[in-house]
Design a binder for this molecule. Structure first.
Ligand code: HEM
Length: 403
């Protein structure tokens, strides 16, 4: 069973020095700080990979896709066949084509519909006094939005949700049995998703509509089109890369607004601060903790010799707390400016879905704040971190409130 560091990208729980216990996973930031100060470029024998913790080193590798390749050994069925696992020139070509369909304008047109969906999710909760914000709002929202964006018909919504559940699921523990059944389930889901999207792509080729898949079918750069297989891979990547991350952005924001309750009233009174607040959440509680690269030629980072073939893990959540880049980095400053965080990566693979994630948060958070007052954790709440060294968030977010 492959439990090598490459499974990092599937979100599997792998042993990482500073992230063993529940408390450490919930708050890995002291470990990041220690590493930035004592061993910012360090080789982990156990995972056979380099860990990078400093902002400047991480920007340098993300900006150099020739030396630091995104073509990683297969890591589970979900992510790497698609654009996120490609290098130039293929990556550039693919990115140009999908960007034609996935434009900021196409995304911004979704705003009214996103608001409608948020209201649909929020309204039934107004007569209650407690919810699980993740189960009730921040999990379903991105799944519904992506389903609609892709043009998945309403009757297939449940099917689609079940697949999304499996794609973002983690094994409950690292026993051989659990991990094996996890991989089997994922493989099966992947096959079902392949079949489903293949059918939709074929159909949209014949009868185009106003949806992303139809736009992908017709997107063209210099006479180049995407193949059906490439479109299908891209659709599945959107599910894997876009849903859980956006869920965590919204729930990490509410977690912070509960930890520092004055933020709730401040953002109600000064809604113009919301965009900056979202950037600060992305920096402070980055939904993606790390990404990785494979080194293509012998090189040096921070005085350390790195060999061709080595793996490098870039801890972007650590870069986002680097005191050399962000003054008082461990403080949440709602209007922090400038705020060049790396939550969406940097360079060629900069998150394609950033405008969508930001839009969903910008629409959802004000509606949540205006619908639920005095949000707090019910007494005795102990947050449980997602068992992953790749994504950062909690499994459930119980919230008590006055409507
Ligand atoms: C790439 C983070 C939401 C689609 C990335 C990368 C990061 C990231 C760090 C770069 C990975 C690397 O360099 O190896 C996030 C965060 C999100 C989010 C924090 C939410 C807060 C989304 C959404 C979508 C999406 C909503 C689409 C619906 C993608 C795609 C790529 C990507 C397609 C690959 C781009 C490329 O390789 O050129 N994301 N993402 N992401 N993301 Fe996101």
């Amino acid at each position: 069973m492959d439990l090598s560091p490459n499974t990092q990208l599937t979100g599997l729980a792998i042993p990482v020095e500073g992230m063993h216990t529940r408390e450490e996973r919930l708050n890995p930031f002291p470990w990041f700080e220690k590493m930035r100060k004592t061993s910012p470029v360090t080789y982990d024998e156990h995972r056979s990979s380099w860990d990078l913790f400093r902002y400047d080193d991480i920007v340098a590798i993300l900006k150099d896709p020739v030396t630091f390749s995104s073509v990683r050994p297969t890591a589970g069925p979900v992510l790497l066949g698609s654009i996120i696992g490609m290098d130039p020139p293929k990556h550039h070509q693919m990115r140009n084509i999908v960007s034609k369909a996935f434009t900021p304008k196409a995304i911004s047109e979704l705003e009214p519909r996103i608001a409608e969906v948020v209201h649909e999710l929020v309204n039934p909760l107004k007569t209650k006094q407690q919810m699980d914000l993740i189960h009730d709002i921040s999990y379903p929202l991105p799944v519904i939005v992506i389903a609609e964006l892709l043009g998945v018909p309403p009757e297939d919504r449940q099917l689609f949700k079940d697949w999304s559940d499996v794609i973002v699921k983690m094994p409950e523990d690292s026993t051989e049995n659990e991990v094996q059944s996890f991989f089997r389930e994922r493989q099966k889901t992947r096959q079902e998703l392949d079949d489903y999207f293949m059918k939709v792509v074929t159909e949209r080729r014949k009868n185009p509509r106003e949806d992303l898949i139809s736009r992908l079918v017709h997107a063209e750069v210099d006479g180049q089109h995407l193949t059906d297989h490439e479109i299908m891979e891209f659709c599945i990547l959107l599910l894997a890369a876009g849903n859980e991350t956006t869920t965590n952005l919204i729930s990490n924001a509410i977690r912070k607004f509960i930890e520092e309750p004055h933020l709730q009233e401040q953002l109600r009174q000064q809604p113009e601060l919301m965009e900056k607040a979202i950037e600060e959440i992305l920096r402070y509680y980055s939904p993606v903790l790390a990404t990785n690269r494979v080194v293509t030629k012998d090189t040096e980072i921070g005085g350390k010799q790195i060999k061709k073939g080595d793996q490098v893990i870039a801890w972007i959540a650590s870069a986002n707390r680097d005191e050399n880049k962000f003054p008082v980095a461990d403080q949440f400053k709602v209007d922090r400016t400038p705020n060049q965080h790396l939550a969406f990566g940097n360079g060629a693979h900069f998150c394609l879905g950033a405008p969508l994630a930001r839009l969903e948060a910008r629409v959802a958070l004000p509606i949540i704040l205006s619908s639920f007052h005095n949000m707090e954790f019910p007494e005795g709440t102990e947050l449980t971190p997602i068992p992953s060294t790749f994504v950062y968030g909690v499994k459930a977010l119980p919230v008590q409130y006055n409507p």
